[in-house]
Each structure stands twice: as C-alpha cells, then as structure tokens.
Design a binder for this molecule. Structure first.
Ligand code: 3H9
Length: 698
C-alpha cells in the first residue's frame, strides 16, 4: 500500500488522493502510488468512475525537481499516464491550488478536468530551462488550441480557472475539489459521457494545420524576450510537432527535447535559481518557526521615485498603504507620477483598464510624519543622506506605535547608525528595494546589529507578500549588490583609460546576457550625480568628468557615454566620445592599447566575484546562493547563468584566482588580488557551492 496515495470508494466512485506535502510533487513514491491506486480502481468491479485529487494546499505542482539529474526510478510518468488515459473507466482530475508542469500533464491524461475557482493551471517548465516532458506539449494544444498552448508553454505563465474553463481546459468550476470531482463523476456516469482522450482529438489543431502562421506568429510573440535562452525555442518546436506529426511521433520529439534540456547547463542554472530563491527566504541564525509580527497597516515615507514605486508594489498586491510626504506639493507630484505610470501600463495592455483607479484607491496620500501612528510597518524612502534619515527615524521613534517594524530603503547607508536615533533598535532594519521598485523583484533585507529575529521574519514575509524576492544581508557600504557592482564600475572606467570604448565594454556585458552594460546604465542613471559627489569629495575621474564638463549627463541631456536620438532610449556610439577619450588620454600621457573582449569579460565579472568572496567571508551574506539571488532579481543577471557565484563555480575558482592575480600585477591594482576565501577554495579545488553544503551539514 502506498504511503502517499490512497484509494477510497464512495459507492461507485473511486477517490484517489495524493498526499505528499508540501506540494504533492511527482516523486517516485507518488508516481508509484498513483499507478497502484488507479490500477486497483480499474480492477474493482464496484468502481465505475475515478476522481484524482490532492490533499493539502495544492494539486500536483509538477515533477519532483530534486530528482532531476539522478538515475530515474520506476515507474516513469509516461507509463502512469498511459495507464490513466487508456482506463476503460472515466478519470476526472479535481484540481485546487496549482496544477503545474507534470501536475497539469497528469490532469491532461485524465478524461475530464474540474477545478476550484482560485486554481491556476500551467506548464512552467521553461522557467526551469525545460519543456513539458510528459505529453504536455502534445495534449495541451489539443485541449486549448496551439495559440494558447504556445502562450502557456513557451511563456510559462499559468492561467486562471475561469480562463481554463473558457478555453476548454476544464469542464467545470467546482466548490471543493474532492466533492466537486465526485459530483462531476456521477454526472459523467449518469449522462454516459464518452471518454475524451486528448491524444485522439485533433479538432483544435485543424486551423493551425491549414495555416501555420497561426502557430509561428504566436511563437514569434512569445520568444521576443527569450534572448539567450534555449528552452522556449525547444518548447516551441515541440508544440510545432503536435501540429505536424501524429501524436506518438510528437511525444517522441518532446522526449528528445526534454532529455537534452534536462542535461543542459542552462537548466541546471535555472533549477539552482529556483531553489536558491526559496533558500534565501530562510534566514540564517534565526530559529525556525520565528513568527512574523502581524502587519495590517503599512506606511511609506517619501513619495519620490522610490517611495512611489514601493507604494505601487503594495497596491499591485492589493494591500492598502499610507504614503506620507512633508508637503502638499510633493505629495501631489508623487501621486501624479504613479497615476501616469499606471495609465501608461494600462494603455499598453499590461493591466486591465480599471486597474489604475482601483490601485490608486489603495494609496492614501497624506502630509505629516505623525500619520505613521497606526502602521505596523513603516518604510522610509526619503533623500539618501544620513542627516535626513536620522531626523526621520528620530521622528518615527516618537510617532510609531510600539512593536512597529521601522525599515529604511537606503541603498548604502549604515543601518546601525540610523537605528541609534531610536530607543528601539530591535525594530529597525533595511528594506532596500531596487529601481523601478514597482518592477524589480529584489528586496535586500538589511539586518543591523540589534535587529530582532521577528522583525526580520516580518520584513521577509511582507516582501514575499508583495511578490518580491527577499534576501537577508548585513550592514556594509552598498550592502551586497551595489558593493559588488562598484567593483565592476571601477574596472569599466579603468578599461576606458587603457583603450577600450564604452560600446565595446557594454557589448561584451550584454552579450554575456546582462540587460545593460555599465556605460549605458550610467547614462540612464545620470552622470551628473556621480560628478557632483566626486566634486564634493575632491575625487577626479578624468573621462567621466570631461563628459560632464561638456554637458553630457546621459539620457536626460540626449548624450553621455552615447548619443540618443530625440525621444529614443537606444544608445548610439558617438565619435565625439571617442575623441574626448583620446584627448583625455593624450593629456594624461597615456596610450590606447587593444583590449580584447575576453579581457573585458574577465575584468567585468571576476572582480565582482572576488568581492562576493569577501562578502561571504565577512558574513554580510550567509550563502553564495543569496548573492546569486540578489544578482538575478536586482540586476538582471541572466537566469541561465545562475548568478555570479554559480557562474564562478562553472568557470572554476582556480582559473578566476589566477586571472585576478594576473590583472592585479598587469594593471598595478592590488585590490584585484584574490580574496583569502577565493584563494583557499581555489587551492583546495573547491567551489562556492561547497560552502553551502558544509554549512548544511554542520
Ligand atoms: C516538470 O513538471 C517536468 C515535467 O514536465 C516532466 C516530467 C517528466 N519539486 O515555492 P514554495 C518545494 S518540472 C520539488 O515556497 P509556494 C520548494 O522547494 C516542474 N520541490 O511554496 C519548497 O521547499 P522548502 C514544474 C518543490 O506556496 C516547498 O516546496 N513545476 C517543487 O510559494 C514550497 O514551495 C514547477 O515548476 C517541485 N516541483 O508556491 C512548479 N515545487 O520549503 C514549481 C515546490 O524546503 N513550484 N517545491 O523550501 C512552484 O512554482 C511553487 O512551489 C508553487 C507553491 C506555486 C507550487
């Protein structure tokens, strides 16, 4: 008898229930249990119809990802699905929560599907660098037509139960999964409905068979943003096979594609990212089960770009916030920017037409810090200077209710120092959002020396609630992400002095898969900010200074490291910049040399990895995977490369340490010498990942 799947009989209906927490993934035990129970139900003469349902929070959420890369254990999912589809008795999948990946493929092999109204159905395999490998690419197009199938399989996003009903993926929306499934089974028996095997039903493929552009157009639109990724294209090919080939041949094609992807470096990186993201939500050093504080009311201070973006993140998640400014004027401006932003998104079709009004109604703009008094969580997003932050926190200490979590959105200032302004440092921490805060998923949660464990779990829980990916970091200048980025920036600038051009450096970085290179990013952020701060600190950076002196502040002035045509954000290489670099180098008595793309890549990536090693050594990040999560979700690191520390392990730490030593000498820059941790791991032939394993074993 299976431990995780049970068969019960309710007179003529056999109820097969999967109970394998947390998400009923299709482990070998679950596959074996389903097969055993379905076979028993088929053999039981009393049973006339079978319902497949799940206990716990969700229907089957997919294959058990932890089994990938290990020797396969019988029975295979195909074998189970073949028995189910060929069952002489109707099988009804009764879905609640999420039917994802292999879970939806199980449901597609059933003859009928019903779901609760909040259920979500999807084939998200591409997000793990895979394609559906248990018939999903062949059965889903037959269930919903190739256009929607391409959207779901190549894009990877699930659809709601109501969309599933509209498109023929389910037959009914039910109240409870088991009871609804059972009632539906009785209806099937009473009406003597013929068993619907999707494999034999090509009716929804006819249009695309006659006009293949239906399929190719859908693929073109879904792969527009798939730069560098293998899986979406392979998944599209497999759906194409559903249109072009008989079912069994299509299945074979799908299988080949799946096996190739599951062994690919990209999928390994994407699976690593999946688990890293979940690992990051577990806070090192905080006891399991530390309950977050209750957060019902949230206040945000500052309606500028960051504060507004953060407020929008809450409103997007349906959570009301109070947005506080110092004056009516600033508040009006901030509210106007958010309104416009929402309207532009709605005009593009990104959100429904009524969403701007609904979301703005959740943002209550007020003037005066005393309005924080009811908030359980306050997020400060005012001007980035210590004196102002201190003033705000001193006021918060006066007005905020006891036990409220007080968070600063600072991107580099010392939270310990900010916390000292209050008599409750245990409630103070950082919640560092990334710009644009309503879009970027990362939230660095900064743990100060006295931050209480439950204040930390509160910040992590809230971040997850508003669909952010939290990663806990310690206090240091720039925290994890910006501290590493600073190393890249320093090298980028040095490369210009040695002979590279902005467009050459940026091209190497974007070819690697980053959304933008350092110079295009500088132009976007505005070069005048750094210029002003250098002047304040008496620092010089000859090329950047020369650009600013020539009025080139970046995109906002139509020229910076690049030039921009009016109304366009596309950077165009500018011969004037090359001339300006040449003149600066001549003035400094330097000669340009040819810098290879390989050198650029190494000097962009390895110093950041080196800084990552220092960050780990200092305990600023608890795990290499936390650093990777920060880069994946805050800086657009390509998911198929897993993150900088994962990438370093792939390249080999010895190679990286050797190259850093080489550049340290070659460019006379001792800061490039490999960090002690990197040196040690390299000499022991180990990886960064080995640190996480050692920590787990301890
Ligand atoms: C596939 O199906 C391939 C097939 O086509 C072909 C086969 C031949 N496996 O996210 P949560 C763990 S590919 C193993 O925090 P939520 C997760 O690590 C798969 N473990 O919960 C975490 O563990 P821990 C296609 C899994 O409520 C715990 O469950 N399916 C799996 O926020 C809770 O997860 C997918 O890609 C898994 N499949 O969200 C769906 N899924 O507590 C992947 C989760 O130790 N899963 N875990 O950290 C999800 O999207 C979300 O987990 C889900 C729940 C929406 C289900």
């Amino acid at each position: 008898m299976s431990e995780v799947v049970k068969l019960e009989r309710h007179d003529v209906v056999g109820i097969v229930t999967v109970n394998s927490p947390p998400v009923n993934a299709l482990s070998a035990a679950v596959r074996g249990g389903i097969l055993e129970c379905i076979n028993s139900a088929i053999a039981d003469p009393e049973i006339k119809a079978i319902v497949l349902t799940c206990a716990g929070r969700t229907f089957i959420a997919g294959a058990d990802i932890t089994e990938f890369g290990k020797p396969p254990k019988p029975p295979g999912l195909h074998e189970v699905l073949t028995v189910m589809e060929n069952s002489p008795k109707p099988i009804i999948a009764a879905i609640h929560g999420t039917a994802l990946g292999g879970g939806l493929e199980v449901a597609l092999a059933c003859h009928f599907r019903v779901a609760t109204k909040d259920a979500k159905l999807g084939l998200p395999e591409v997000k793990l660098g895979l394609l559906p490998g248990a018939g999903g690419t062949q059965r889903l197009p037959r269930a919903v037509g190739p256009e929607l199938a391409v959207k779901m399989i190549v894009g990877g996003d699930p659809i709601s139960a109501s969309d599933a009903l509209k498109n023929g993926l389910i037959e009914e929306i039910v109240e409870g999964p088991a009871s609804g499934g059972e009632a539906f089974a009785r209806k099937v028996l009473a009406e003597k409905r013929p068993l619907r095997k999707l494999r034999d039903d090509d009716s929804k493929l006819a249009a695309a068979k006659a006009d293949r552009s239906i399929f190719t157009n859908a693929v073109a639109s879904m792969t527009k943003k798939a730069r560098g990724l293998e899986a979406p294209f392979a998944a599209a090919d497999a759906v194409g096979a559903a249109i072009d080939l008989p079912f069994d041949e299509g299945l074979k094609k799908e299988r080949e594609g799946f096996l190739k992807l599951v062994a690919s470096d990209q999928s390994k990186a994407q699976r690593y990212a999946f688990f890293s993201e979940r690992e990051a939500a577990k806070i090192a050093g905080v006891p399991d089960g530390t309950k977050p504080r209750n957060v019902e009311r949230v206040a945000i201070i500052g309606a500028g770009t960051m504060g507004g973006g953060i407020a929008m993140s809450f409103a997007n998640a349906g959570i009301p916030v109070t947005l506080i400014e110092t004056g009516e004027e600033q508040l009006k401006r901030g509210m106007g920017v958010m309104q416009k932003n929402y309207e532009a998104t709605a005009a593009r079709g990104g959100i429904p037409a009524d969403a701007p009004a609904k979301r703005m109604a959740l943002i209550n703009g007020v003037v005066g810090l005393e309005n924080v008094k009811d908030a359980d969580l306050v997020i400060e997003a005012v001007f980035e200077t210590m004196a102002i932050k201190k003033e705000v926190f001193a006021a918060l200490d006066k007005f905020a209710k006891p036990g409220a979590v007080l968070a600063s959105n600072t991107s580099y200032l010392n939270i310990d120092e900010i916390a000292k302004e209050t008599k409750r440092p245990q409630d103070v921490l950082g919640m560092h959002f990334f710009s644009p805060a309503n879009v970027m998923k990362l939230c660095e949660i900064v743990r100060a020396a006295k931050t209480a464990p439950d204040a930390l779990t509160t910040a992590v829980a809230v971040a997850r609630k508003i669909a952010k990916v939290p990663a806990v970091v310690g206090v240091c200048d720039g925290f994890v992400g910006n501290r590493m980025l600073a190393q890249r920036g320093k090298q980028a600038e040095k490369l210009l002095f040695e002979g590279a051009l902005p467009q050459q450096v940026d091209a190497v970085v974007t070819k690697f898969g980053m959304p933008m290179g350092p110079f295009a990013m500088g132009d976007l952020a505005g070069l005048d900010i750094g210029w002003r701060s250098r002047k304040d600190r008496g620092i010089k950076s000859e090329i950047a200074d020369a650009l600013c002196e020539a009025g080139r502040f970046g995109q906002k002035t139509g020229k910076g490291y690049y030039k921009y045509e009016s109304g366009s954000r596309s950077p165009l290489p500018d011969p004037e910049v090359e001339k300006l670099i040449d003149e600066t180098l001549q003035r400094l008595g330097r000669k340009r040399r040819v810098v290879s793309d390989d050198e650029i890549l190494e000097r962009m990536m390895y110093p950041m990895i080196n800084e990552g090693a220092r960050i780990l050594e200092e305990g600023i990040a608890a795990r290499p995977s936390d650093i990777d999560v920060i880069w994946l979700y805050g800086y657009g690191w390509p998911i198929y490369r897993g993150g900088p520390m994962f990438y370093a392990d792939q390249v080999g730490l010895k190679h990286i340490a050797d190259r850093l030593s080489f550049y340290a000498k070659e460019t006379n820059d001792p800061s490039l010498e490999p960090a002690p941790l990197l040196k040690r791991l390299a000499s022991e032939g180990k990886t960064f990942a080995s640190l996480a394993q050692t920590a787990k074993a301890a």
